[in-house]
Design a binder for this molecule. Structure first.
Ligand code: PMP
Length: 292
């Protein structure tokens, strides 16, 4: 099989040679933004939404993108073609670029763009059929006043600390609360509850990324006739929900059957979660930006 080729600033390089400078502020300070995107059967899922979120993240960190949306879209599609992918996971990273050891972005003349199109490593299918158990992390989400959660930035240490704690206790994922103690999201996924026929999820200002899968799930729920409400949620609300599920580009829609040792609903993946996952997979298989 041909070795993977990674796009860096205008060139495709073999994986072993795909390197960025140690003076890149993405490396030195986490000064940059990224997207995680899925390729399904030769179609990039919701590419425009991902690129819009990327542009909004760029605006928020005062990084002016020298590439048009079409140019970035072409880089993504070409990365998939070069690597002969039909299904995969695309990591698009834009950093402030190479500078010096100071914090100031003024010394970084040009941002860098990297695109990695890889095979996807999925959660085991059993988690989808049997559901996932999670706990609440003692690590709180960074305050939106310190760093808006809508920015998909290269600063993931907060989420990584929570992920480490989850893994130390034998769990794949964990719930993260905001400073006020309301549910924000999980380390790499958004969170949803089904309660008395309504779909509930924290608003972005509670500390959630505006996930693309979150938006699609809300769209599907409305199509299924459910009322969708963005609201403050406590751990009590989670424990007493009829159903709970997580959404993310890699995870898609994953049922949660236990939180903090409390069984959620029937203790099995719920019917609404099942319907949303089914419609999600149907949309993912049918839609998207063709790579050739
Ligand atoms: N929250 C966080 C912190 C994330 O990193 C992600 C992406 N992995 C999500 C939520 C889900 O967003 P999306 O559906 O766009 O992948």
């Amino acid at each position: 099989m041909a070795p993977m080729e990674v796009y860096i600033d205008g060139k495709f390089l073999p994986k072993a040679e795909a390197k960025v400078s140690v003076f890149d502020h993405g490396f030195l300070y986490g000064d940059g933004i990224f997207e995680g995107i899925r390729l399904y059967a030769g179609n990039v899922f919701r590419l425009d939404e991902h690129l819009e979120r990327l542009e909004m993240s760029a605006t928020a960190i005062c990084l002016s993108l020298p590439w048009s949306r079409q140019a970035i879209s072409d880089i993504v599609c070409e990365s998939c073609r070069r690597n002969n992918l039909a299904d995969g996971y695309i990591r698009l990273v834009i950093s402030r670029g190479t500078g010096d050891l100071g914090l100031s972005p003024k010394n970084c003349p040009a941002p860098s763009i990297v695109c990695i199109a890889d095979k996807i490593s999925l959660y085991p299918e059993a988690l989808y059929t049997q559901g996932m158990r999670i706990i609440t992390s003692p690590t709180r989400r960074i305050s939106p006043a310190a760093l808006p959660p809508m920015i998909k930035s290269l600063n993931y240490l907060n989420n990584i600390l929570a992920k480490i704690e989850a893994q130390q206790h034998g769990f794949h994922e964990c719930l993260m609360l905001n400073e006020q103690g309301f549910v924000a999201e999980c380390t790499g996924d958004n969170v949803f509850l089904v309660h008395k026929g309504r779909l509930l999820t924290p608003a972005a200002h509670a500390g959630a990324l505006i996930g693309i899968t979150r938006q699609v799930s809300m769209e599907i729920a409305r199509e299924l006739g459910l009322e969708v409400v963005e609201t403050n949620l406590t751990r009590y609300d989670v424990w007493n929900a009829d159903e709970c599920f997580l959404t993310g580009t890699a995870a898609e829609v994953i049922p949660v059957i236990e939180v903090d040792a409390r069984v959620i609903g029937s203790g099995k993946p719920g019917p609404v979660t099942g319907r949303i996952l089914e419609v999600f997979r149907r949309k993912a298989a049918a839609e998207g930006t063709r790579i050739r």
